[in-house]
Design a protein around this ligand. Structure first.
Ligand SMILES: [Fe+2]
Length: 214
């Protein structure tokens, strides 16, 4: 009955006339406040779950920020390596988006609430916010590498803490998925900062070795 008092007259009329009509414009109070947690039968201590949830939310905010940074770079990259980086940045965006889902759902598994909206992410993330405009490719990549490092530093500590509390599910997610994915992505983008000619080996030692053979 409480539900019906919140229905507007138009919806009431439609519902009365056609039982299959969707009931629109419904509202609800929060059924779980952010920052609260209910006990879950996982055999873990409450304080361990609470610490994991808190750490996972920070990692979630950083991962959502990095995910969006990759999409920004995908759109705004430029120059001779445009096509290659355009594709690579989007691949990394997709992989970060997959991590976002895994992290958020781990928080829910532990009985907590995951952050979801941009305004909450901005408050929690420690990754530096980029300018709205475009940056040169080396600056884009340097910014991405720095963002990965923010994640590494926090995630390694969080994984250790989870493992110490026997929360191996969280520790495994952080090590096997988050750290491994971020390490691989860091390698792929860092290689784009190596200043070598694609057509000429022009280091003095290389030239010397080359001539000594003849
Ligand atoms: Fe695209």
């Amino acid at each position: 009955m409480k539900q019906e008092t919140k229905m507007d007259n138009h919806t009431k009329t439609a519902k009365a006339a056609i039982p299959a009509a969707p009931v629109m414009n419904q509202t609800s109070s929060e059924i779980q406040k952010f920052g609260t947690r209910f006990p879950v039968p996982l055999g873990l201590e409450d304080k361990v779950c609470e610490e994991s949830i808190s750490n996972l939310n920070r990692i979630l905010a950083d991962t959502m920020t990095l995910r969006d940074l990759y999409k920004k770079c995908h759109w705004q990259t430029s120059g001779a390596t445009f096509y290659q980086l355009h594709l690579l940045f989007d691949k990394h965006y997709t992989e970060q988006a997959e991590l976002v889902d895994l992290i958020a759902e781990r928080i829910q598994v532990l009985g907590g609430i995951s952050v979801a909206m941009a305004s909450e992410v901005v408050e929690l993330s420690k990754i530096e916010i980029p300018p709205t405009g475009r940056e040169e490719v080396p600056a884009q990549i340097s910014r991405l590498v720095a963002a990965h490092e923010v994640i590494f530093k926090f995630v390694r500590k969080a994984a250790k803490r989870a493992s110490e509390g026997d929360d191996e599910g969280t520790a495994d997610l952080l090590v096997s998925s988050v750290i491994r994915t971020n390490e691989l992505q860091t390698w792929f983008i860092s290689e784009h900062l190596v200043s070598l000619s694609p057509t000429e080996a022009n280091l003095p030692e290389a030239k010397l070795n080359d001539t000594s053979k003849h």
